[in-house]
Write a protein that binds this ligand. Structure first.
Ligand code: 5AD
Ligand code: SF4
Length: 475
């Protein structure tokens, strides 16, 4: 555990390609033994970053000869890409590991791997090495680009392989990726986080901020567009600080302007924006843009100044509200969503009332509300006045009610309008309907043919059903 990587990315890529060939040999051997193509199942916990990482894992697994399945029971290789932002994500992994253990008893050739944020925690590794001895491979967030090599090590050894790095400065480009959707894709523009919000474990498990070279980002998007992608989601823990530590610094707003120039690309989204770093330049670029979607995810976390300060968020309630005002003045039709934590140490019902006041004033289109989860190693975990569960729930329920009311009101505003939707998939409940996504991130369901998937269509939003619409194509 705990090594630093050196920076030689092209050489690293070449080396991983050799490992892919070697791993393919082992998978071919397994295929011969099984008399069928081996299946792999990649399960993602957590955020969009993890979802993108899983596409990279699947890219390598399919390159070396596995076929993908979403049925864990059928798989010959199972990998969990874990999240540790809240404890319930960890508990879900442990629960499922119990089930995998019994699966492996009936299927001894089954390989089990764990990766992602949870694996960056020492206590987790201790628990797995003690209680889940059947796991074959464990790695973390910094060495995912070595997945092919780790697979080879796993195939050549019969004991548990553990490789966790504390940091890396390496960004290896052009490894294979297996995209979940043909028409849209996430793109990492940066990794890690430097903000150290006092409740958050991300800076400890994802390391310091590293931005990708803008040329690499543009090139990747150009390739994706050639491959049929019309919508991209630029991903980073705090995209507003993109580019600050590059050799030739560049702002996020400038990067967006460059992405906008890519011909054939129709829609641009991004996530996540820290309110303290959202610049006037960005608001201006969004306002002028024809491609940037009318949606901004702007986590507020809390409304009380005392709690915001203890959270180390670097803004006050008034500053946040002023920022929202500025954004809404520039773009009246923008949808705003947020993240809120209830039950941070020392938070009282009066503090939660301040949060509720923000929700009422901002009128979020959607808000993700979380109960504070104590993460060992973060400053907040050591704070004395942890909030009793009953108080947390009282505040949480009150908040949720207001969030739902305001979101419903916002959603209803679009009734009868005609808007552009990206046709995404067949409706899960009714196969005669297709599901489309509006620029503001809302969903609309309408009768259409499956052949329209990946296309932008004009849809009349006939009826609002709380958080989604039903409608019909007008053009
Ligand atoms: N407890 C509860 N929620 C958390 N988040 C991050 N850390 C914690 C925690 N310890 C939430 C924040 C963040 C979102 C991704 O997860 O609201 O914006
Ligand atoms: Fe966590 Fe704060 Fe960084 Fe977001 S900005 S990942 S909440 S430390």
């Amino acid at each position: 555990m705990g090594q630093y990587a050196s920076r030689n990315d092209a050489q690293e890529l070449a080396m991983q390609q050799v490992y892919m060939e070697k791993a393919a040999f082992y998978v071919a051997e397994l295929k011969r033994q099984l008399g069928r193509q081996p299946l792999c199942c990649v399960t993602t916990f957590g955020c969009q970053m993890n979802a993108r990482d899983s596409e990279k894992l699947l890219g390598i697994l399919t390159r070396i000869g596995y076929a993908a399945t979403t049925e864990e029971k059928e798989a010959d290789f199972v990998i969990y890409n874990t999240c540790t932002v809240r404890d319930n994500a960890n508990q879900r992994v442990y629960g499922r590991l119990g089930f995998l253990n019994s699966m492996k008893r009936n299927k001894p050739h089954l390989k089990v791997a764990l990766c992602g944020c949870m694996m960056q925690e020492r206590s987790v590794i201790e628990k797995i090495t003690k209680s889940y001895r059947f796991v074959d491979l464990i790695f973390g967030t910094h060495n995912i680009f070595k997945f092919a090599q780790l697979l080879v090590t796993m195939f050549e050894n019969h004991e548990m392989i553990i490789d966790i790095w504390q940091e890396t400065d390496q960004i290896v480009e052009e490894l294979p990726v297996n995209r979940k959707y043909s028409y849209k894709s996430g793109i990492n523009i940066m990794f890690g986080c430097n903000n150290f919000c006092s409740y958050c474990i991300v800076p400890y498990v994802r390391g310091r901020e590293r931005s990708r070279d803008p040329k690499e980002i543009i090139q990747e998007i150009e390739h994706l567009v050639t491959d049929g992608v019309v919508e991209v989601m630029l991903l980073g823990q705090n995209v507003n600080s993109y580019g600050k530590n590059l050799e030739d610094p560049i702002t996020f707003a400038k990067l967006l302007q460059e992405v906008e120039q890519i011909e054939g690309l129709r829609r641009i989204r991004f996530m996540t924006s820290h309110p303290k770093d959202l610049s006037d330049e960005l608001i201006d670029v969004m306002k002028q843009s024809k491609k940037i979607c009318r949606h901004l995810h702007l986590p507020v976390q809390a409304g009380s100044d005392r709690i915001l300060q203890a959270m180390n968020r670097h803004y006050t309630k008034a500053q946040y509200l002023a920022l929202v005002d500025k954004i809404r003045t520039a773009m009246p039709d923008i949808a705003l969503t947020t993240d809120i934590i209830v039950g941070f140490p020392g938070e009282t019902i009066k503090d939660v009332e301040e949060t509720i006041d923000v929700v009422r004033k901002v009128q979020y289109d959607n808000a993700f509300t979380f109960i504070y989860s104590k993460r060992t190693g973060t400053p907040a975990a050591a704070m004395e006045d942890q909030v009793p569960e009953a108080v947390v729930h009282e505040g949480f329920d009150k908040l949720l009610k207001v969030v739902q009311e305001t979101a419903k009101e916002r959603a209803a505003l679009l009734q009868g309008k005609v808007m552009e939707a990206l046709v995404e998939e067949v409706n899960e409940q009714d196969a005669s309907l297709m599901t489309g996504r509006l620029s503001n991130n809302m969903l609309v369901h309408f009768p259409a043919s499956e052949s329209l998937i990946g296309q932008l269509v004009q849809v009349s939003l006939d009826e609002c059903h709380g958080f989604y619409y039903t409608g019909h194509i007008v053009k």
